[in-house]
Design a protein around this ligand. Structure first.
Ligand SMILES: *[C@@H]1O[C@H](CO)[C@@H](O)[C@H](O)[C@H]1NC(C)=O
Ligand SMILES: *[C@@H]1O[C@H](CO)[C@@H](O)[C@H](O)[C@H]1NC(C)=O
Length: 454
């Protein structure tokens, strides 16, 4: 079009591009076949990408910034990227099954990153995972400093012991999610009372909880349950992660933009219950709110009226709804108690019937979304006897257009063998968090750590 007018602009962008090349790209190494041999003594943060994948293209500028910043921070972690389609055998050896896959490779361990793809989150992950597994807290000041920086963290208190061995084991697996420290008794704040030593504590929600080997079972699973704050802003990512905790999740489903009292009240009721009934419920419950009902509707295969409160059982995908509005905290506590004593009927679940319903539901949503985005195309498609094949073709075309659908689907289907209710479209990354986010990097739970033997 206006090619002549674009001349100077073009030159400007070319200059920017060259600068970019000089100052950014230089810090991300393009990896090839030789990587397997050459990586041995270094810690690597690698983006395994496919040239055709839209999400990979979106990640690229962020990745360049990550490379630049890691370099300027003097981090020992090297940043690289590998075209996983060209070097597919290496990629598959590292367990790459979707694009982009971000991994931190440290000796014979490979840690997957599945968190929000932002520079800060990725860098925080790299620092945490590449550093010491257990960081000592030598002084009270240091302890207080960590309390300010991390909203959730674990501390081992005591000397050498079998519990410490277990703590180290748990940390090597769960460092992808959270922080692990060790300290002596003198260093912990005065309000902490310990009946026994050694001990493992979690500090969060302005209080602390002590691990009890007899009541809490295996240390790793306790850490997995306790690594979340009591009250959270929920999204699809987070709910999926919470699935590993086996807890019940009580969510106020609201419209954050709606300032009417019903919405704000429901959120504060849940916050109040989370805070005031912490001792009673914290072992079995997780609390939070969610903006909008899109995700939850897909999960429940139902149309929820907003605002409302839903309680999900993350271990069997059942859920509980109340037929009336919750008016205050007492109402909510009553609802919870009724769930616990079995007087509220569970809906949903993971039975065969529910699975069939899921298949029908997914097919229906696909059809509806085709009609919504292009009614004409919809009529055309369903006028044809080979409608099903056409849907697939249509899917591929749209994926090319927005570059998202197919590859997400790919990732979902490859990484989640069970039909867990992850939506086809990954929701936007969770609410912005502080730089020192205490929230662990969302990750494929069963896939956290892969021992590599190369
Ligand atoms: C806000 O929520 C109330 C109650 O659910 C609803 O009646 C109202 O229409 C909503 N307002 C907007 C602007 O969506
Ligand atoms: C949640 O699901 C688990 C596993 O099926 C079950 O044992 C538990 O009783 C359920 N909790 C409630 C409150 O229904």
């Amino acid at each position: 079009m206006a090619a002549r007018r674009r001349g100077p602009a073009l030159r400007f962008w070319a200059a920017v591009f060259l600068l970019d090349l000089a100052f950014c790209k230089g810090h991300v190494e393009d990896l090839d076949d030789s990587f397997k041999e050459n990586r041995k003594d270094d810690i690597w943060l690698v983006d395994f990408y496919a040239p055709w994948c839209g999400h990979c293209k979106k990640l690229e500028p962020i990745w360049n910034e990550v490379g630049l910043e890691m370099k300027s921070l003097g981090s020992p972690v090297k940043v690289g990227k590998m075209d996983a389609t060209s070097y597919s055998s290496i990629a598959s050896e590292f367990g790459v099954r979707g694009y982009p896959t971000i991994k931190l490779l440290k000796g014979d361990l490979a840690y997957n990153y599945r968190g929000p793809r932002t520079k800060d989150d990725i860098i925080e992950f790299a620092h945490r995972v590449s550093g010491a597994l257990i960081r000592p807290l030598p002084s009270q000041q240091m302890f207080e400093h960590m309390q300010k920086r991390h909203r959730v963290f674990f501390v081992y208190i005591g000397g050498e012991s079998p519990l410490k061995e277990k703590y180290i084991d748990a940390a090597s697996e769960l460092i992808v999610y959270t922080y692990f420290f060790s300290a002596s008794e003198e260093v912990v704040p005065a309000y902490v009372t310990l009946k026994e030593m050694p001990a493992v504590l979690v500090f969060k929600d302005e209080t602390y909880f002590v691990y009890d080997e007899y009541e809490d079972g295996d240390l790793s699973s306790w850490i997995n349950r306790e690594r979340f704050q009591n009250y959270l802003t929920m999204d699809g990512f987070l709910l999926y992660e919470l699935g590993d905790t086996g807890k019940l999740v009580a969510i106020a489903v609201i419209d954050e933009k709606n300032t009417s009292v019903e919405h704000t009240r429901l959120k504060s009721i849940i916050q109040e219950v989370a805070r005031d009934y912490r001792d009673q419920f914290h072992r079995d419950f997780q609390f939070g709110h969610m903006d909008g009902n899109d995700y939850i509707n897909t999960l429940l295969m139902d149309e929820l009226k907003v605002p409302t409160v839903v309680v999900l059982n993350t271990s069997n995908q059942q859920y509980f709804l109340l037929d009336r509005q919750i008016k205050n905290a007492e109402d909510m506590v009553q609802f919870i108690n009724n769930i616990l004593d079995g007087t509220v009927d569970a809906q949903g679940g993971d039975s065969i019937l529910q699975r069939l319903k899921r298949i029908v539901f997914d097919a229906k949503s696909t059809v509806v979304s085709i009609f919504r985005s292009s009614p004409l195309m919809g009529c055309f498609l369903f006028g044809l006897p080979l409608g099903v094949i056409s849907i697939m073709c249509y899917g591929i075309c749209t994926a090319d257009a927005d570059g998202g659908y197919i590859e997400e689907r790919y990732e979902v289907s490859k990484n989640e063998p069970d039909d867990s209710p992850e939506p086809a479209e990954r929701p936007e990354p969770p609410q912005p968090r502080g730089a020192a986010s205490p929230l662990p990097a969302p990750q494929e739970p069963k896939d956290v750590l892969e021992k590599k033997k190369d």
